[in-house]
Design a protein around this ligand. Structure first.
Ligand code: CA
Length: 341
């Protein structure tokens, strides 16, 4: 790029004014050099809605490109949100890792990166690393709250939940858990990752920003029940943090969110061979250790019996496989258990 960058140390150009009242549709312009355009850029749509002096929240979706309940919810929210109905600032990025989202894949066709393994990023790195660095070092410091809307993508189907880490700081933990309760997904998963690594959630937690991740469905389609939970959830969070008037509305069918955890690797089943996975139970079922979890079939040998896989833990069938075909080592089951909250 010629020397036009308006943000020191990051080559990303924000074509939006974060301080301007009202609603703006703008872009984050990220350099992407090509053989036929050395100064080429990719622009990522961003929306800022601001009114008065309240807190700032950042909502993101499309961190992984093939996860859709969040993308649809944030597209709808971008159009619907009226500056007059808020007190504070809402920053919305409906399709954050834009090349992956455009491609309908988890990872980017440009650099092969998983965006949620790219934090805190690098301003001189690949596309994903440059963008992660911008989100971490420029957007997160503007925020009082953050929420990243995920689903399971092609690979997994997940029972609709918000997710957060079991944090050492009890006050931060309480604030994040309160936010999850306000969102009111059927389940809240508290994960024990002590060193949560290069995710956006961990980047927000490192900056002491109450933050949530989520798994709002999967199989790379839009689950309409989960979409309803998500649409209600983002508004509930806006009310909870005081940006929108009113109190969070509990879900008419699910009631209070069930706080759960995945205590150990007995809760996972990884397949021993490539094949076709036939599940034994529906997502969300209560299952029992020792019972069949599913069968692995082999199309190359119709005379071979399938391998029966067995649950090693009892609890809620939280994740199942999205696509039937699996490779050796893929997870096909994750069990969640109730957590003393
Ligand atoms: Ca994801």
């Amino acid at each position: 790029m010629p020397g036009t960058s308006d943000v020191s140390h990051s080559p990303v150009i924000a074509e939006i004014d974060f301080e301007k009242p009202g609603k703006q549709f703008g872009a984050l312009r990220v350099p992407q050099s090509r053989n036929d355009s050395g100064w080429g850029t990719i622009s990522i749509p961003i929306v800022v809605v601001k009114n008065g002096k309240g807190p700032t929240i950042l909502f993101t979706a499309g961190n992984h490109g093939d996860e859709y309940e969040g993308q649809v919810t944030l597209l709808n929210l971008s159009r619907a949100l009226d500056p007059q109905e808020i007190e504070g600032r809402v920053i919305i990025i409906p399709a954050m890792h834009f090349p992956a989202a455009l491609n309908g894949t988890r990872m980017s066709p440009i650099d092969g990166k998983d965006f949620n393994r790219s934090f805190p990023g690098n301003p001189r790195g690949t596309f994903a690393e440059v963008l992660a660095h911008y989100v971490d070092s420029r957007l997160l410091p503007l925020c009082d709250f953050q929420m990243d809307l995920h689903s399971g993508g092609h690979g997994m189907d997940v029972y609709c939940c918000t997710a957060l880490h079991d944090l050492d700081d009890p006050a931060m933990m309480r604030r994040s858990l309160d936010m999850a309760n306000a969102f009111n997904a059927p389940v809240t998963i508290v994960l024990k990752e002590v060193n949560a690594g290069p995710t956006l959630l961990a980047a927000a937690e490192k900056r002491k920003i109450p933050a949530l991740s989520s798994e709002l469905g999967g199989r790379a389609y839009v689950n309409i029940d989960n979409l309803e939970v998500t649409e209600r959830g983002v508004r509930n969070v806006l009310k909870h943090v005081g940006i929108m008037k009113g109190t969070p509305a509990p879900h008419p069918r699910y009631g209070k969110s069930r706080v759960m955890t995945v205590p150990d690797f007995n809760c996972y089943i990884f397949v021993p061979r490539a094949g076709l996975f036939q599940p034994a139970d529906h997502l969300g079922a209560m299952v029992t250790a020792g019972r069949p979890a599913g069968w692995l079939h082999f199309i190359e040998d119709p005379s071979a019996p399938p391998i029966e896989l067995t649950y090693k833990a009892s609890g809620l069938l939280w994740c199942t496989r999205g696509e039937a075909r699996v490779q050796t080592g893929d997870p096909v089951v994750v069990i969640a258990q109730d957590r003393a909250s």
